[in-house]
Design a protein around this ligand. Sequence first.
Ligand code: ADP
Ligand code: ZN
Length: 371
Amino acid sequence: MAVINVALAGRSYDVTIEAGLLDDLARRAEAFLRSFAGRKVPFVADTNTHRLYKEQVETALSMAGYSADWFVVDPGEAAKSWAVLERLTDWLLAMGVTRSDHVFALGGGVVGDLTGFACAVMKRGCGFVQIPTTLLAQVDSSVGGKTAINTAAGKNLIGAFHQPAAVLIDPLVLNTLPDREMRAGYAEVLKYGLLGDAEFFGWLTQNGKDVLAREPAALSHAIAASIAEKARIVAEDERETTGVRALLNLGHTFGHALEAETGFSDRLLHGEAVALGMVLAARYSARRGEMSAADAARSAAAIADAGLPAEITELGMDCTGARLVDHMRHDKKMETGTLPFLLLRGIGAAYLARDVELADVAAFLDSELGL
Ligand code: ADP
Ligand code: ZN
């Protein structure tokens, strides 16, 4: 078992990683279940995590005399909407949830983001516990307190910082996760190595295959190392005001443009877009002479070896560099000629560049697109 503390003034919390944790849920979550004596415990899930893990959760709870009531959403981003938020908050009110109760989120980033935001506004803020079930949610979205829903204007534009009371991770639930989702989550694991920990990156190049194969020791190590890095960054800059937390966006500016161009669809999952986005950030850094060509090539190789897209031409998009740059500008709501950009000075050395000319990025992307 590994326990990583997220040290935030006044509301620090633990992330617990343990194979088999779900079977032991009543004990691991005891402090957050206590207020439900004689009442049902609210669990939010999607149809997949509900189908796969409802029985295991209920059995674990019943051992301590608790039982669950379930709010189940359809899988996919559409659940992060005002309409579903309204239904969820009405459901929580009907259950009599108080500010000292904790709502449990059992699912991937969609369930975690939706539940976290509902709890941020529930009676001006009730508690919640994250039980992330995708690799992406385990290493990234469940930790750090960003919660949100989507609107017509874009993804995650309506939300709140609301930290969970605990994050409970059972790596065994990843055994049912589709391989493609596993690889997409692994992109964010590689991100932690690339952005700030060359040694971890080196370890991943040796052990990445075992992580993807869910080999227990390798998987637990990768999850714990990723969370430790995220916890460190979030503790330094909880609300993304100093630029430190922005490091977590490595690969995300390019990635977001690729997601926008492919319509935020199954054609390109978020993690896949981030993977290719990190390759582009590395190559662009090399083009600026800030990273060696050899390190840019090592970054791309690590991503390709994991079965993630490392060439923009793989996506079969019919677009130009200028068009992708337009998506970036739109994303940041900026009409200027420059954007702050996460670039690399080497593996494990990301930094925020503030002098990046978008015209130059467009020319670089044209060359990547073979135009
Ligand atoms: P993310 O965590 O990457 O943001 P989602 O919340 O959209 O992703 O989940 C991705 C998909 O994986 C969804 O279809 C979800 O139902 C499914 N899923 C989540 N956890 C598991 C699991 N442990 N086993 C199988 N499928 C899962
Ligand atoms: Zn991401």
